[in-house]
Design a protein around this ligand. Sequence first.
Ligand SMILES: NC(=O)c1ccc[n+]([C@@H]2O[C@H](COP(=O)([O-])OP(=O)(O)OC[C@H]3O[C@@H](n4cnc5c(N)ncnc54)[C@H](OP(=O)(O)O)[C@@H]3O)[C@@H](O)[C@H]2O)c1
Length: 233
Amino acid sequence: MKNALVTGASRGIGLAISKKLHSLDFMVHGIARGFENTQEEDLFSSTHSIDLSDLGTLDKQISLVLQRIGELNAVVFNAGVGRFGSLEQFSFSDIDNLLSVNLTSQIYLSRILVPKLRKQGFGRLIFIGSQASYEAGRNGAVYCASKFGLRGFVLALRQSLARSGIQVTLVNPGMTQTDFYANTNFEPGSETSQHLKTETIADVIEMLLTVPSSSVVDEINLTPANHVIHFKK
Ligand SMILES: NC(=O)c1ccc[n+]([C@@H]2O[C@H](COP(=O)([O-])OP(=O)(O)OC[C@H]3O[C@@H](n4cnc5c(N)ncnc54)[C@H](OP(=O)(O)O)[C@@H]3O)[C@@H](O)[C@H]2O)c1
């Protein structure tokens, strides 16, 4: 069976992708800070409670995960946090935390995994960026910095790995109905055309898995048909 590693697998987009991979007969290995509230925990072959903002321990923790997995066919770098507001509303530690989870941990994780995948000579690295990876938004300076940065990293990594047999793709979703908006003062519109469903993003991942290793889908932008932001009272 094929192995897939998914970060931020406990809920939202990562959980939908994990379900899809499970339905495609992958052994799915999930990473998040916790899986206590994940109803569908059975779908995972293993779950790992790792805080990706804890950069100093990542090498050791991910190495332990990899010891339990043989060949690694796909990695979905999905974990991420959203915090929005004017720059003055961010403490230095808020900035560090957001950049650590959304950007630096993705680079560290890639640094740990790429040597293994190079040795194998195959593997798919799929990163979940955002519409905020290519479009700046008011109140999104730090989030956009993390996602624009991720885009630069991923597109360059795709070039670096061109001869390795490893396919690198960035998927940039627009507003998607998840817990991401639990602590924000806005959310996507509730009508069907005003938000993405997590299952739609999972379907895109399924499509990417069918692309032959001689080709690479560099980047996909996927947005709701009708871009509507609803401000909470
Ligand atoms: N929802 C949207 O509109 C939207 C749009 C574009 C892009 N995205 C991106 O899509 C990705 C998933 O977002 P989502 O909407 O599914 O959000 P979500 O429902 O809040 O899920 C976030 C996931 O990331 C994990 N996570 C958060 N902080 C973590 C940390 N420090 N260490 C390890 N895992 C951590 C969470 O698990 P724990 O809390 O258990 O750690 C959870 O599994 C993010 O990268 C986000 O930027 C979302």
